[in-house]
Design a protein around this ligand. Structure first.
Ligand code: NAD
Length: 262
């Protein structure tokens, strides 16, 4: 299927690795020009080279910086003169017990996983509406639908974003102008983040990484981790010309792990 995206410009945040990179790859393969951001320049440049190899006709720009800061966002927006597609992403907050979290910890999580995407939506959405095309995809978490106790910072901050998106996506001045805003909720995907957190948990529990992954997969009917490429493919479809009637939705990609009917 031709997604009808050739020549569009996408800003994909936090995209040197993992799910953000999966989204950037899928968009680049569809002929979308991409601006990719991440904190570290070296891995980001390697990712940009991979993206360029997918389609020699597209432009790929990199912006090294922290997207959760005003400077990082300004630099990302400046590199992408026309944002047709915005993929909001940033690192997730650490796990822990809410009894140990300070106000500072909460502010950091809310800044990264709620206010940063809101700021970027604010900066881009009206231009999209004026041009009559816009796609915003926020990478959130399956924990928004099925909260994970130790990820309280994530559950809280991302639920705030989800509530905000539910309202703004339904503004007629956006929806009727072919601007959609949706959230993608990952379950367990095979990324650096999952590997690093599993390794730390395995060391703590005196178990192997594989043992912990197997235990985690017991509740995943698909019986495997998701891949960043399949995550990216769904993101690209949400951004496609065909998806203009799909807005304000929370799409769970979890291999069937969530046990409810809806
Ligand atoms: P990852 O660690 O594999 O990749 C994260 C990417 O984001 C890297 O490119 C990193 O450089 C970049 N990044 C992180 N913080 C940044 C910042 N402040 N500014 C700019 N770039 C930044 O992580 P991932 O697994 O792809 O996760 C992406 C998001 O999805 C995270 O918020 C994570 O909590 C969430 N999530 C992931 C899973 C999963 O299974 N992987 C599940 C649920 C939620």
């Amino acid at each position: 299927m031709d997604l009808g995206l050739q020549g569009r410009w996408a800003l994909v945040c936090a995209a040197s690795k993992g799910l953000g990179k999966g989204c950037a790859k899928a968009l680049a393969a569809e002929g979308v020009n991409v601006v990719v951001t991440a904190r570290g320049a070296e891995v980001l440049e390697a990712t940009a080279a991979e993206l360029r190899a997918l389609d020699r006709s597209i432009q790929v720009k990199t912006v090294a910086g922290d997207i959760t800061t005003p400077e990082g966002r300004a630099a990302a927006l400046a590199a992408c003169s026309q944002v047709d597609i915005l993929v909001n992403n940033a690192g997730g907050p650490p796990p822990g017990d809410f009894r140990d979290w300070s106000r500072e910890d909460w502010i950091k999580a809310v800044d990264a996983n709620m206010l940063t995407p809101i700021e970027l939506i604010k900066a881009t959405v009206d231009g999209m509406a004026e041009r009559g095309f816009g796609r915003i995809v926020n990478i959130t978490s399956g924990a928004v639908k099925a909260p994970i106790d130790v990820l309280g910072l994530s559950n809280g901050a991302r639920s705030g974003l989800t509530g905000f998106v539910a309202g703004v996506a339904r503004q007629r001045r956006l929806a009727a102008r072919n601007v959609t805003i949706n959230n993608l909720l990952p379950g367990v995907f095979d990324t650096d983040r999952i590997r690093t957190t599993t390794r730390a948990q395995a060391q703590k529990a005196g178990k192997s990484e594989d043992e912990l992954i197997t235990a985690r997969l017991a509740s995943v009917p698909a019986g495997r981790l998701g891949t960043p490429d399949e995550f990216g493919a769904i993101c690209a479809f949400l951004c496609s010309a065909h998806a203009s009637y799909l807005t304000g939705q929370n799409i769970l990609l979890d291999g069937g792990a969530f046990p409810g009917t809806f």
